[in-house]
Write a protein that binds this ligand. Structure first.
Ligand code: HEM
Length: 183
């Protein structure tokens, strides 16, 4: 009798443990990050370098941000903040643009939940403080921030991002307002 009770307890314990493991497994595999919704880690051919592969999520984010930089470049409401970048590009020097595209992309990849990238640029406060970043021409106020977000939405729509995902990206970006806005 003692043996039967013991065996039942052990069997019960095994069932509980395996249930816990399977619950844990299913909950991790169903938790989608915003990065996953934007395409995730599926490897695709990089359209700007067809011999390379790129994560689909990163490609979506980079495409939106590159489009946004072009929208901002033509937006007289805020392009005055980007005078260093714009004069470089006008004179045919794209090194600053490439660095910005990479840093912005890394930043948003990490912020949306990507695991395979790190952001190596300035903090959001330092990047938007002209005394710590000579490429930032003046301090931005809350209205400038709204214009920036509107340009980001245009960039996202140009790349076919759904309104639902744009809403989620917008909410994420808005959490950074107090660090970026310094006026
Ligand atoms: C939440 C919104 C924003 C995010 C996530 C963001 C992110 C960034 C990042 C990651 C950098 C690069 C920092 C580095 O290279 O170390 C940067 C640079 C910069 N940002 Fe922002 N930014 C935001 C809003 C704004 C706004 C509202 C303005 C102005 C209206 C602005 C103007 C600039 C400028 C002028 C630079 C320097 C560009 C260059 O390197 O030539 N940003 N930002």
């Amino acid at each position: 009798m003692k043996k039967v009770v013991g065996a039942t307890v052990v069997a019960g314990f095994v069932v509980v443990m395996s249930l816990m493991t399977s619950c844990k497994k299913s909950s991790t595999s169903t938790t989608m990050t915003l990065y996953d919704s934007l395409g995730g880690t599926t490897m695709v051919t990089d359209p700007i370098n067809t011999s390379a592969k790129i994560e689909k999520g990163r490609l979506a984010i980079r495409s939106v941000l590159d489009s946004t930089i072009f929208v901002i470049a033509g937006d007289t409401a805020i392009n005055g903040f980007f005078t260093v970048l714009l004069s470089e590009v006008t004179s045919g020097n794209t090194s600053g643009y490439e660095a910005l595209s990479k840093n912005l992309t890394d930043f948003v990849c990490v912020a949306t939940g990507a695991k395979n990238f790190t952001y190596g640029g300035k903090s959001m406060v330092a990047a938007h403080d002209p005394s710590q970043n000579s490429r930032m021409n003046g301090k931005a106020d809350s209205h400038d921030f709204d214009v920036f977000v509107a340009d980001l939405v245009i960039g996202a729509k140009k790349n076919g991002v759904s309104d639902q995902l744009i809403g989620q990206v917008g909410a994420l970006v808005n959490t950074l307002r107090s660090q970026v806005v310094q006026k």
